[in-house]
Design a protein around this ligand. Structure first.
Ligand code: SAH
Length: 247
């Protein structure tokens, strides 16, 4: 008889931002497969479990994902309580569907526990509401795929239409993203905010305009970073400008 798999959102990084349900399941797990984005502190909840790192950076080939699927199925054949711990929320940009399909195919039972996604942790750190009244009535969670030969319009159109956009996995491609947004007609003075290491002690914020976005390549970010776009960030930008001028 195969075990059961719990797909759990670890949250954005801080060990106490996992849900109580997620933590309890970790405490009872026999084996835990975890992502590169999962912080080591979180694994202190499951000293009893066999720890299986399945770190994969987002730009690696899909064979890596197939390998993870196989490891998950194998673990469920070996252990009764398997946890698949994924950064943020498992159902947002986390390849959860591929893993669930593999479990379905193998006839393995599973349950999903949501987590705090990076967008919401970044909003908390920035103290700017994603849906500030009078500025934004909708939020888009998106990712920009501007790799070679890929269409940029898939992500561009909704970003141009959204009040607030949270762009995952985009900061390394800042220059290409800025070029696409400007070409799409987004005003160069559109306020943006980059949040690095949301919820973690090394959290940093960079308010900037769309025109300045290509400079993000020089920020020397060493943790995960997310790009927020929208009028809600204008006040923060103005404040940063004042500080810059005074300094
Ligand atoms: N499922 C995850 C997202 C995985 S994609 C979630 O719901 O949050 C990975 C991307 O998430 C990173 O490239 C980065 O853009 C963002 N991210 C994850 N953790 C982050 C953090 N602590 N601070 C800022 N961005 C983060």
């Amino acid at each position: 008889m195969a075990g059961k798999v719990h797909l759990i959102g670890a949250g954005p990084g801080a060990a106490d931002l996992i849900t109580v349900r997620g933590m309890r399941l970790l405490q009872a797990a026999d084996a835990v497969l975890f992502d590169a984005l999962v912080q080591p502190e979180m694994l202190q909840y499951c000293p009893q479990a066999v720890l299986i790192p399945v770190g994969k950076r987002c730009d690696k080939a899909s064979t890596a994902q197939r390998f993870i699927n196989k490891m998950l199925v194998d673990a469920a054949h070996k252990y009764a309580r398997v946890v698949r711990l994924k950064g943020g929320d498992p159902m947002l940009f986390g390849r959860a569907q591929e893993e669930l399909a593999a479990l379905d195919e193998a006839g393995i039972e599973y349950e999903i526990v949501p987590g705090v996604t990076a967008a919401l942790a970044a909003a908390a750190d920035s103290a700017i509401s994603l849906t500030r009244r009078g500025f934004a009535r909708n939020v888009l969670f998106a990712t920009a795929r501007v790799g070679e030969g890929e269409q940029t319009s898939d992500w561009l159109k909704p970003v141009l239409a959204a009040d607030t956009t949270v762009l995952y996995m985009g900061v390394k491609q800042s220059a290409a993203i800025a070029a696409a947004l400007l070409a799409g007609g987004m005003p160069p003075d559109t306020p943006l905010l980059i949040v690095e290491n949301a919820s973690l002690p090394g959290c940093r914020e960079f308010p900037l305009t769309l025109r300045e976005l290509p400079q993000a390549a020089t920020f020397q970010l060493d943790g995960p970073a997310i790009l927020l776009i929208g009028e809600v960030y204008r006040a923060k930008l103005a404040l940063a400008d004042e500080v810059r001028k005074a300094g």
